[in-house]
Design a protein around this ligand. Structure first.
Ligand code: HEM
Length: 127
């Protein structure tokens, strides 16, 4: 498996461990106010990262490592920026952090666009 795929899975597993602890804490406290942040941590941090990692493992002979690492950096920074600011916003009701949530979501979108570029490269390469 390429190193970048292992990095996607390792980081995704860390995010999932946090997301699961968070879910358990919500269930124990019966306070679901932060459920949207928990959901986005698990979906962007675990599901999406794992799909990216799987793609680069499947295309290990042909993918561009530069694009893959940019994909990884943007996806990781997106989660790290978006989730804490979203959680603070949801728990305090303070909308001053909205631009930070916005930057996090933009980073996640850029990660997807870089991934789409990798997928396009794979689609058009001669076979
Ligand atoms: C130990 C594992 C997990 C626990 C204990 C847990 C717990 C919870 C709890 C207590 C809620 C709030 C339910 C409510 O509002 O009534 C919730 C919502 C949610 N969880 Fe999890 N969860 C876990 C893992 C996951 C995973 C792996 C995903 C996705 C990959 C996920 C996605 C979601 C989604 C989409 C919601 C709905 C959010 C919303 O309504 O805004 N959860 N979870």
């Amino acid at each position: 498996m390429p190193r970048v795929s292992a990095a996607f899975f390792m980081t995704g597993a860390l995010f999932l461990a946090m997301g699961m602890c968070w879910g358990i804490a919500m269930a124990v406290s019966q306070n679901f106010a932060l459920a949207p942040a928990h959901a986005h941590l698990n979906l962007l941090g675990w599901v999406t990262m794992s799909i990216y990692g799987t793609f680069y493992a499947l295309t290990r002979e042909t993918f561009s490592p530069r694009l893959a690492w940019i994909n990884y950096a943007c996806a990781t920074l997106g989660v790290v920026t978006m989730i804490p600011s979203l959680a603070i916003m949801l728990s305090t009701g303070n909308t001053a952090l909205e631009p930070v949530v916005g930057i996090g979501s933009l980073l996640s979108l850029i990660a997807l666009l870089v991934f789409a570029l990798s997928a396009f490269r794979e689609l058009k390469r001669p076979r």
